[in-house]
Design a protein around this ligand. Sequence first.
Ligand SMILES: [Zn+2]
Length: 227
Amino acid sequence: MFRQVRPSENYLLNFGVILQEFTQTGTQISLLTFYKFFVIKWFCVFLKEFDSPWGYFLSNRTTNFLLNKMDEKQDQQFMRAAIDQAYIALENDDVPVGAVIVHQNQIIAKGCNQRHQLNDPTAHAEIIALTAAAEHIGHWRLHNCTIYVTLEPCSMCAGALVLARIERLVFGCDDPKTGACGSLYNIVQDKRLNHRVEITKGVLAEDCSKILQDFFRVKRERSDNEF
Ligand SMILES: [Zn+2]
């Protein structure tokens, strides 16, 4: 789930760059937490200056920890936007699944499941968001884009993510019945295909699954078998 520090990020030892990344992500880490890590970080750098293996070890660990915390917060922030989309689907009596696509830390496209509303079996949240993102970018290839989806994509959507060359997929809860990004298949990371997508799963999983559970519970109570 966590990414490792890339070699190009070694310069994160520099305070200015850490601060720049911190502000770009717009995360909600408190300043106190930030300064705490900053102090530990420079203590580690101090140790490293004296060729201490512990200093080197701690230094990289702290950088990793700090970056991972920022990534986590950022993923949660965008997943909340995807959950908002799921609530729009819910209002339209569609299975509540939502998606947003992010490029350079900006949401460039949103989509919610509109299968029922449009009478279209392909109108899944991901497909609608992909089409909107391609229109925004002006190209079908969505390089350096991350898609946030509340539910693990199905085989159709997983195929579409590969075709769109999406860089990263972040999803909330697993779909053991139709999920094609690890549950039944793993289409987005199939080595036989010409593109693979990095996956982060389980972001706000409880919130994402609760809205689905509530929806299906109401449907069962109404004995509505359409879904
Ligand atoms: Zn789908």
